[in-house]
Design a protein around this ligand. Structure first.
Ligand code: LLP
Length: 385
């Protein structure tokens, strides 16, 4: 990999067309994951020497095969609910609790109790929980999630810092938290910050590390500094690949300057987004008032991201991949809302018709994980290659 402009390799799915079409015959909508791509992304991150431990944010894609692949590569797993914890230990019964991080938001008391009972690392982000449930936290070792005052990311809805966000203890309340924690004999062994998802600037993570290290030095018990996830992937055709080299150099530099703490990251999207595609069947092709629409057997129910964040996903007609006569279509689903659009004005073969298989690219993160049964439509199926 070189600096700056990084050439994008052709997506894996272009070489797997026949296989994908065969999978589609078993029924659509269907998510397909390429585990080789997951492993490749995982190894890229694990090779960064400044990073001491990586936790995969399983909310991005909790598929069992994906969890197996990442755990085998050496990733720990980050969970945000008791159900995610239960899922992880059901899929990987041998997994050491030391490789699991619990980072919930506004969770009920019983979920903290369950996490402590399992022996996983628990992250807390407010004083009120300590005051309300002192017996849950007394004498425990925990990590503290901080709000560094600003959020980052590809959309307002995924920024997780600043006054508008519900996450994290404001730095201004840091001392108050330490006082309260000391009263309960709590040891804070880690500081955590995750400012959002889909952050383009490779310098972001080194800045978070520097900020947290400055605070950690005052505590005396901190061993680990977790700088969150948020690594982006290039969704649009003209987007560049994340500058992993600049990212790594930034982390190497800041870690060399402050080597005292274990550096932890917890990415989700980066590991799995490009490894997944959503296969859809074309149901109807309709022209109305000059707009051509391709209708599919699933839409926002299978993939929420376009409706929820105006997110872009590449869409291709897998049945007619080499067809040169392209026209613009809106690609829509069967859901009874006008927001049920997967892509607007997308160039697809003019001959696109009922029974064709469309491929929605880069759907491996927050795809199946956010799918729902709105209109009582069935959830998509899932397969791995
Ligand atoms: N750590 C914490 C505490 C998080 O809340 C998240 C994601 C991650 C790590 C992983 O972030 P990632 O590396 O995947 O950016 N549904 C949205 C993304 C929501 C992210 C939620 N938190 C989307 O489809 O863009």
């Amino acid at each position: 990999i070189a600096h700056g402009k990084v050439e994008r390799a052709p997506a894996w799915w272009a070489g797997a067309r026949e296989q994908l079409l065969q999978h589609a015959q078993a029924g659509t909508p269907r998510y397909i994951y390429d585990l080789a791509t997951v492993r490749e992304r995982a190894r890229g991150l694990l090779s960064v020497s400044a990073i001491d431990r990586c936790f995969y944010a399983i909310k991005a894609n909790p598929n069992a095969a994906v969890l197996h692949a990442l755990a085998n590569e050496g990733f720990g797993l980050e969970c945000v609910s008791q159900a995610e914890l239960d899922h992880v230990f059901a899929v990987l019964p041998e997994l050491s609790p030391q490789r699991v991080l619990f980072t919930p938001s506004f969770a009920p008391r019983r979920e903290y109790e369950a996490a402590f009972a399992r022996g996983v690392t628990v992250t807390l982000d407010n004083v009120e929980a300590l005051q309300r449930w002192p017996e849950v936290f007394r004498g425990r070792t925990i990590w503290l999630r901080l709000d560094l005052g600003h959020g980052e990311g590809h959309h307002e809805k995924v920024k997780t810092g600043g006054v508008a966000a519900k996450f994290g203890l404001p730095v201004a309340r840091f001392d108050a938290f330490l006082t309260e924690a000391r009263k309960l004999g709590i040891r804070i062994s880690g500081l955590h910050a995750h400012l959002g998802s889909g952050i383009d600037d490779p310098r972001h993570w080194r800045e978070v590390y520097a900020h947290l290290v400055g605070l950690a030095d005052n505590v005396g018990t901190i061993e680990t500094v977790d700088i969150g996830g948020g690594l982006p992937i290039p969704y649009t055709p003209d987007a560049q690949h994340f500058d992993l080299v600049a990212w790594r150099e930034g982390l190497d530099e800041i870690k060399a300057a402050y080597p005292r703490y274990g550096l932890v990251i917890e990415p989700g999207r980066y590991l799995v987004a490009e490894a997944g595609v959503l296969l859809l069947g074309v149901t109807q092709v309709v022209e109305k008032d000059g707009v051509r629409r391709v209708g599919c057997d699933a839409g926002m129910n299978a993939l929420m991201r376009p409706a929820m964040y105006e997110a872009y996903h590449g869409i291709h007609n897998l049945s007619r991949l080499t067809d040169p006569a392209m026209v613009a279509f809106d690609v829509v689903g069967p859901i009874c809302e006008s927001g049920d659009v997967l892509g607007r004005s997308r160039l697809l073969p003019a001959a696109t018709s009922e029974g064709d298989v469309l491929l929605v690219a880069d759907a491996g993160a927050y795809g199946m994980a956010m799918a729902n049964t709105y209109n009582l439509r069935a959830l998509p199926a899932e397969d791995v290659l």
